[in-house]
Structure formats: C-alpha cells, structure tokens
Design a binder for this molecule. Structure first.
Ligand SMILES: C[S@@+](CC[C@H](N)C(=O)[O-])C[C@H]1O[C@@H](n2cnc3c(N)ncnc32)[C@H](O)[C@@H]1O
Length: 262
C-alpha cells in the first residue's frame, strides 16, 4: 500500500529530513504569510514533518494561540517533539493520518499543509475532514511543487534510464486541487506562484540532500552499482549548472488558499 510505503520512507528519513536544505523553511514562511492569523488562533499543521510551518506560525501567534502538528510518520513526530517541544510550548505533535483527523468539528482558525497533500491517496476525504474541523470563516493553505526544477528534471531523466520507480506518487496539479477544494465546498480559492534560486554548495551536497526528502524512496530502489552509475551521470550533467558559488536549482512552488464560509 502506497500510504505505508510513504510512512516508512519518512520514518527512515526523519532524523535528517530537510536538514541539508533550507528551502522548506523559505516556502513554509511564505505559506504562513499568505493568511491572517490572530494572536489567539488555533492552528492545525497537516503533514508537519520537522515542523517547518509551525515554527513560522509560532512567531505570528506568540504564546496566546495553540498549534497542533500531525504526521503519519512516528519518527517525524518523535524528532520534531525532541527539537521543538520546549521551544514552542503551545505546540503539540501527534502521529495521525491526514485523511482521518480526530479533532472536534469547528476546532481550528487555520489549517496548513506544506508539501503534503500530493501524498494523500484520498484527497477528497482529507479535504472533507479539513472542512469539518475548520471554524466558519477559517482558512486552509497548501503548498505544492510547480513543474520546473532543473536538478530534479535531470535526476528523473537519468534515474529512468536505470530503473522504473516502483512507488511513483500520483501527480497532483494545482488545477485539480482547485477542483477538489470547490467540490469540498471551500470558497475564495486563490493561488500564488513563487520560486527561489536555491544554491547547493556543490554537486555532492545536492546528491546527499536527495536522501533527506522523498527522493529517498527512488534511491532506495537502486542497487549499489546503479547508485554509482547514477552518481556519475549526474556529475557529468550537473556540471553545466555549476556557478562559482555552487550548484543552482530553481525551486518553484504554488500556494493555494481557501476559506470556509461564515
Ligand atoms: C515533504 S514532507 C513536508 C513536511 C513539512 N510540512 C514541510 O513543509 O517541511 C511530507 C510529510 O508528509 C507526511 N505524510 C505523508 N502522508 C501522510 C498522511 N497520510 N498523513 C499524515 N502525514 C503524512 C510525511 O510523513 C512527511 O513528514
């Protein structure tokens, strides 16, 4: 089952997740900036990972509000609790499936999900749950990847020459997300496009970083010989993206925001 595979991959990557790459932090900050938050807000962060989104929510709401971060990976929850429980005492981290949240109706002023919804096999079920637990007038805010990432594109081309990914994620476009949000009854849907020119210090730093997010799933399917071949091919092709300060990759994301009617 894809959901168990996703959980297991993130369990194995939890200790280093996002540690070599700071762009999750950048996109989390921008996502949180998209919606108004009162000092007393109750906020739910779905697929919280290492808490990138809640760190920025915490600086917006101070100690007055309440935050809950949920994730299907127990190791993510354990690592994030270790790192953030003392720093953000009004945040709680729980192991929970994004499609089956156990909170009461009308509990939250805002629900965030940073780079998570494309992992949920039944998005319609998940969105129905967010509609249920969101207060009238509350906001949902999601980030998803856009299509253009030169390093990732080259990676996929070279990977496909060696192996066929046995656990591909279904591709979720933002147009499809808008359709599903509309069906779930959300209003005022808008999208914001964003991008950063992210610089890795070297090709090897980029290759190492691949193990600290979901690309790990694809790498784990390769034999040692295939990994060596991939490494060599990527070094050759990446040389053209190298500049004096390092390896440049354009990361593009879309924030999708919507509200629940008053
Ligand atoms: C790419 S990470 C994003 C983490 C964080 N939101 C960020 O922006 O850095 C995706 C996270 O989604 C979690 N996840 C995947 N499927 C899930 C599900 N069905 N329910 C809850 N969490 C899930 C993974 O365990 C992982 O921590």
């Amino acid at each position: 089952m894809l959901k168990n595979h996703i959980r297991d991959v993130f369990d194995r990557g939890a200790a280093t997740y996002g540690q070599q790459v700071r762009f999750f932090d950048y996109f989390a900050k921008q996502l949180v900036a998209q919606i108004p938050l009162s000092k007393e807000a109750h906020v739910l962060d779905i697929a919280t990972g290492r808490g990138a989104v809640l760190k920025h929510v915490a600086s917006r709401i101070g100690s007055y509000g309440k935050m809950v971060g949920i994730d299907i990976s127990q190791n993510m929850v354990t690592e994030t609790t270790k790192e953030l429980a003392e720093l953000i005492p009004n945040a709680q981290f729980l192991c929970m499936d994004a499609e089956q949240v156990v909170f009461a109706d009308n509990s939250f002023d805002a629900i965030f999900c940073g780079f998570g919804i494309f992992f949920f096999p039944n998005l319609a079920k998940a969105l129905a749950e967010y509609m249920r637990v969101l207060k009238p007038g509350g906001y949902v805010a999601f980030s998803t990847w856009n299509t253009y990432h030169p390093c990732q594109t080259i990676f996929t081309e070279e990977y496909n020459k060696l192996h066929q990914d046995t656990h591909p994620l279904p591709h979720l476009t933002y147009e499809e997300l808008i359709k599903q949000l509309t069906t779930a009854g959300f209003n005022n849907i808008k999208t914001i496009h964003d991008q950063i020119d992210y610089v890795y210090p070297s090709i090897d730093a980029w290759l190492t970083s691949l193990w600290s997010h979901f690309t790990r799933s694809r790498l784990e399917q390769l034999s040692p010989i295939q990994l060596t071949r991939l490494n060599q091919a990527l070094h050759t092709r990446m040389a053209s993206l190298l500049q004096p300060d390092g390896l440049h990759d354009i990361k593009t994301a879309i924030y999708t925001i919507a509200t629940k009617a008053e």
